[in-house]
Design a protein around this ligand. Structure first.
Ligand SMILES: Nc1ncnc2c1ncn2[C@@H]1O[C@H](COP(=O)(O)OP(=O)(O)O)[C@@H](O)[C@H]1O
Ligand SMILES: [Mg+2]
Length: 284
């Protein structure tokens, strides 16, 4: 079977405060006030950042996700949503002492545990240590979550002191709601709950249209939107990632290649371009 070409090794080491393809903040140096605004350096200081745990990603967004923000990860099946969110939780627990909650409407706990092992992440062990809690809801139980207002999750956050949450996925969450209106309301209510929990949260969803956005419009409720692309070029698929929006952040506008590495996880290449041929074909 033909092996897709690996993205070239990262060469450009962009500064965390200068994302690839991004403009400098007004005033250039952090000490200089922004021209014409009268704003002091303190006033243009960034909100606290949370490292994503994805090598290369934080260079695209001034050092990471905004603490306490909500980020939608959108992409087709197999584009890497679950992996992105798992890596965020595992890295938070192991490298930054930030507990996490993995809330899944899609996969069973057994499936999550088994598949994560191929990247070297042991959710069973992390659960034993109280570092990450995995909570799964079957489709028919989703209504209960909506009715109880997320009581179990709130209790888990309080008991464990979790600061990171991954919700996988919005699409599976709304599958049992009869009308588009009910589904939209349910998603809206979930976002309200998420903001009350006050954790840094990732939510996954299916890409809804040719632009890769969620057709149900939830991208307007999220603080940030990350698109995971997986387009085909002849007989090979490529992987690339872009930050469509991130409130309050001078983020990169670039579509960057990434790859999955066994025993490691995802790695983004901010200094590399997606392949010329692929750009032409996909209209990027
Ligand atoms: N150990 C691994 N090494 C390399 N790639 C992997 C490994 N495990 C899974 N993958 C890739 O990741 C894909 C699954 O990504 P996933 O995060 O589950 O996507 P999504 O949640 O968007 O459906 C698989 O289809 C496979 O291509
Ligand atoms: Mg998934």
């Amino acid at each position: 079977m033909a092996k897709p070409p690996s993205p070239p090794k990262m060469t450009a080491g962009a500064s965390p405060r200068m994302p690839a393809g991004a403009m400098p903040r007004p005033g250039g140096s952090p000490k200089a006030p922004a021209p014409n605004s009268g704003a002091s350096a303190a006033q243009i200081e960034l909100a606290p950042r949370v490292p994503s745990g994805i090598p290369g990603f934080d260079e695209l967004c001034e050092g990471g996700l905004e603490k306490g923000s909500s980020t939608l990860c959108l992409g087709e099946p197999g584009s890497g949503k679950t992996t992105f969110m798992s890596q965020f939780l595992v890295n938070g627990a192991l490298e930054h002492g930030e507990g996490g909650v993995f809330l899944s409407f899609e996969e069973s706990k057994e499936s999550i545990v088994r598949h994560s092992l191929s990247f070297g992440w042991d959710f069973q062990q992390l659960e034993k240590e109280g570092a990450v809690s995995v909570i799964t809801y079957k489709p028919h139980e989703v209504r209960r979550l909506a009715e109880e207002g997320g009581g179990l999750i709130w209790d888990t956050i309080n008991e464990t002191g979790a600061q990171r949450i991954a919700i996988d996925s919005l699409s599976a969450y709304v599958v049992l709601f009869e009308t588009a209106y009910a589904a939209r309301e349910a998603q809206r209510n979930l976002f309200e709950l998420v903001h009350k929990w006050n954790c840094t949260t990732l939510l996954s969803g299916e890409a809804g249209d040719s632009e890769g956005r969620n057709s149900s419009g939830m991208d307007y409720l999220a603080d940030a939107v990350v698109l995971l692309h997986h387009p085909r070029q002849r007989n090979v698929r490529f992987r690339a990632l872009e930050i469509l929006k991130m409130r309050g952040t001078n983020h990169s506008q670039k579509i960057c290649p990434f790859e999955f590495i066994s025993g490691e996880g995802m790695r983004v290449y901010p200094g590399e371009d997606i392949f010329e041929e692929f750009k032409t074909r996909e209209g990027f």
